[in-house]
Design a protein around this ligand. Structure first.
Ligand code: MG
Length: 251
């Protein structure tokens, strides 16, 4: 599938999809408290998304049973919200959410701290977030896709972290997942040439230990293979001829 180039009209819709998702994340981050079930977090997220007249992108996507992926500590992504799983003081919780506004998707993830967390967890969260910003320094028309991947990997590896390889970022638009795939680890090839009007979800997933991951028996939840802490940071961005526009951060 060719990588879609969005029209000005489509870009406007994706800006709004992104803005509403940025608000959703801000609200969710304020909402999370120790002792809360991951189910409650999901219900709150769904309520916020629907209050905008939007549809949660993840609900029923390939059978995923919830609106928000809630992944705690060594869980990397795709944690299924449950009534009997509670976030605790000291946890780091990755929240991945997407929504559909007038037919267009936005996708973003944040890892949030519950109360006081360890310095190791804090550094992992900060490095994972910063690696996204290191990557998008290369996200402009004329550069190559894997310039982004290589920059993310190089930054994380300076800290000795494992950058997850089995899951990658992606193009986004009318579909939640579009071409191209966007790896976060070092690539031998340069990848496609970036063009203005591409919309991409860039999402480093980073483990303190090995980059290897495993799937739990629920067939969704991805965990670090060595049980080390994992963080996730994602935004939907628009490629332009200059600086990229981050659609899922409030201006
Ligand atoms: Mg994504």
């Amino acid at each position: 599938m060719a990588v879609s180039i969005k029209s000005q009209k489509e870009i406007e819709l994706m800006r709004e999809a992104g803005r509403l998702l940025a608000i959703t994340h801000e609200e969710l981050e304020k909402f999370i408290k120790p002792g809360m079930s991951t189910y409650e977090i999901d219900k709150k997220g769904e309520e916020i998304i629907r209050s905008f007249g939007c549809i949660p992108s993840f609900l029923n996507y390939n059978g995923f049973p919830a609106s928000i992926c809630v992944s705690i500590n060594d869980e990397v992504v795709h944690g299924i919200p449950r009534k009997d799983v509670f976030v605790q003081e000291g946890d780091i919780v990755s929240l991945d959410a997407g929504l559909i506004y007038k037919g267009y998707h936005s996708d973003a993830a944040r890892t949030v701290a519950v109360g006081e967390i360890s310095p190791e967890a804090r550094q992992l969260m900060e490095v994972t977030k910063q690696s996204f910003f290191e990557g998008i320094k290369f996200a402009k028309a004329g550069n190559h896709l894997h310039d982004i991947s290589n920059a993310i990997a190089a930054y994380c590896e300076k800290f000795g972290y494992g950058v997850v390889r089995d899951l990658v970022g992606h193009g986004i638009g009318r579909n939640l997942h579009e071409d191209p795939q966007i790896p976060n680890f070092t690539q031998k090839r340069r990848g496609i040439k970036l063009q203005a009007g591409m919309t991409l979800a860039i999402e480093p997933m980073v483990n303190i230990g090995t980059y290897e991951v495993a799937w739990l028996d629920d067939d969704w939840t991805v965990v670090s293979d060595d049980g080390s802490l994992s963080a996730h940071y994602e935004n939907t961005i628009l490629i332009t001829d200059g600086e990229p526009e981050i659609l899922t951060i409030l201006k």
